[in-house]
Structure formats: structure tokens, C-alpha cells
Design a protein around this ligand. Sequence first.
Ligand SMILES: Cc1cc2nc3c(=O)[nH]c(=O)nc-3n(C[C@H](O)[C@H](O)[C@H](O)COP(=O)(O)O)c2cc1C
Length: 196
Amino acid sequence: MKVLGINGSARKDGNTEILMNIVFEELETAGIETEMVQLSGRVIEPCRACWACGGKKNCVHKRDMFQEIFEKMTLADGILLGSPVYTANISANMQAFLERASVVTDMNRNEKLLRHKVGAALTAARRGGALTALDAMNHFFMLQDMFLVGSSYWPLAYGQMPGDVREDEEGLNTMKALGQNMAYLLKTLKEGRGRA
Ligand SMILES: Cc1cc2nc3c(=O)[nH]c(=O)nc-3n(C[C@H](O)[C@H](O)[C@H](O)COP(=O)(O)O)c2cc1C
């Protein structure tokens, strides 16, 4: 089994990546493979509302990494979205990515491209907007026939400069629980499918 992580931060090695790696450690301990895609240093273009993705199972525009990342999403068993809070919401790159991914899945509904995959989201914030950012990412999962993973608290941690989130003990514990719950759900679903 494999979980694909998408890091929407402009900073590689920043707080979002630290938090995602804590989730990954729990998944790997449970024997689940992980891969992180970094949006840092790249620009994901917004949806052009051309609807050309209908019947194509991916966006038709190739000027950025979208197609490659979306393809990886369709192949993964689980998807972990991570974004820092920017202006009380997710990063513009993450927003553009989810905007296009939502349109591709909507225009190819019969293909059930992300159906029954497991989704989890986390965020890093300095102070305000973390729940709005989490909601934005979780809303994406909720129209994909996906299963949403919760934690012991909302999966957020506080910090401004890279590494600051390591001081947020409750936030770190929330990430560990998120990883453990994601692993539990993935394994339980796999066992269930084996019986069916
Ligand atoms: C453009 C920008 C906007 C931000 N807006 C907010 C905000 O609205 N609320 C907040 O709590 N933090 C805000 N921050 C701070 C980041 O959320 C915080 O530094 C976070 O830890 C960054 O994660 P990263 O290291 O993964 O980039 C902002 C940072 C940037 C660069």
C-alpha cells in the first residue's frame, strides 16, 4: 500500500514538511510506503474552465506538474494533503491543484478516479486560519467518495520559522495519531476487500 503526500508549502524543509514526515513515520512503521511531492519552487496553474478533461481522466494542460501529480494520486491508496496557512487559508498552489483535481474528477465521474481511497490533511500556522485551511483540504476529499481520517485533535501545529512546530508537543502528537489512524484505516479496508 502507498500514501502520496502533497506538500503545498513554498518552503521545502519547512514546518509542513516536518509534520508530514511525522505522519509518514507512523505509516512506514505500519509497513505502508510513502512518497512526498513538493509544490515548492513550482507554480500550479489554476483551472481554465475549458472542460476539455471530460473523458480524458486527467487535465489536458501540460505546462506544469499537475498531470504527473494527479496520475500519482489515482495510483495511491491514500492521499495526505499538507499546506501551511497563507492568508487564513491554504496556499495558492494547493488551491490551484485542488481546483483542477476537483474538475477532473467531476468531469470523469463514471471513472470513480479517487473512490474509496483514504484521505488526510494537516496544516502548519503561525496563529490564525488553521481550521479554515483544514476544511478546504478535507472538503476536497468529501466529494471524491473517499474516506476521511481524523486524529486526536484537529491536525494542525503552530510555528512560524522552519522547525518551530517541533516545540508544539500537542501538535506533534496529533500528527502521530493521524498517521496511526490512517494506517489503521488503510489496513482495515485492505483486509475487508480481501474477504469480499
Ligand atoms: C504568504 C504567507 C501568508 C501567511 N499567512 C498566515 C496566516 O494567515 N495565518 C497564520 O497563522 N500564518 C500565516 N503565515 C505563516 C505560516 O503559516 C507559517 O510560517 C507556517 O509555519 C509555514 O509553514 P512552512 O514552513 O511549511 O512554509 C503565512 C506565511 C506566508 C509565507
